[in-house]
Design a protein around this ligand. Structure first.
Ligand code: ZN
Length: 158
């Protein structure tokens, strides 16, 4: 019996004289060499990578002990009043200062590359609509409003 991977024939297409093959994961067409039997596009490769090496959210805060990076801070005072200058304890200063308040970083939900692309595409479409609206707008207040909407969407594309 033949191995399964050999039995799958992926769809190929010649676009502008360049052979393209569908990504074996998402099916999008990607340029490949003549000898390719299967391909995984860069989007899927990076997603695979993230699955294998998950990104650990750095909250920068631990309920007990010191926050991440405390040893690099110019001055850090722990909850017992111990003072540290760049990680070095300053016994003479103990209890003379308020404890450092380290705000935990709020980590945004991590979007996949596909989701980020979708957001950009939606923003592009929205800007197109807004620009049409802008052409039709007569009143200053409407123009102002539309322009700020456009700016808001342009931020999403960057
Ligand atoms: Zn893919």
């Amino acid at each position: 019996m033949k191995a399964k991977k050999d039995s799958i024939k992926y769809h190929t297409e010649v676009v502008n004289g360049i052979l393209h093959m569908e990504c074996r994961v998402c099916g999008s067409m990607k340029p490949v060499g003549e000898e390719a039997v299967a391909t995984t596009c860069s989007v899927c490769v990076s997603e695979q990578y993230e699955k294998e090496f998950p990104f650990e959210a750095n909250t920068g805060y631990k309920p007990s002990g010191k926050p991440r990076g405390w040893a690099f801070m110019k001055e850090y005072v722990d909850k017992d009043g111990n003072v540290y200058h760049r990680g070095k304890e300053q016994p003479g200063l103990k209890g003379t200062m308020k404890s450092s308040i380290i705000k935990p970083k709020v980590s945004k939900p991590k979007l996949s590359k596909k989701q980020r692309q979708q957001i950009k595409m939606d923003a592009f479409a929205e800007i197109g609509k807004l620009k049409k609206k802008l052409k039709a707008a007569r009143f200053k207040k409407d123009i102002k409003k539309i322009n700020s909407e456009i700016k808001r969407h342009q931020k999403l594309i960057k």
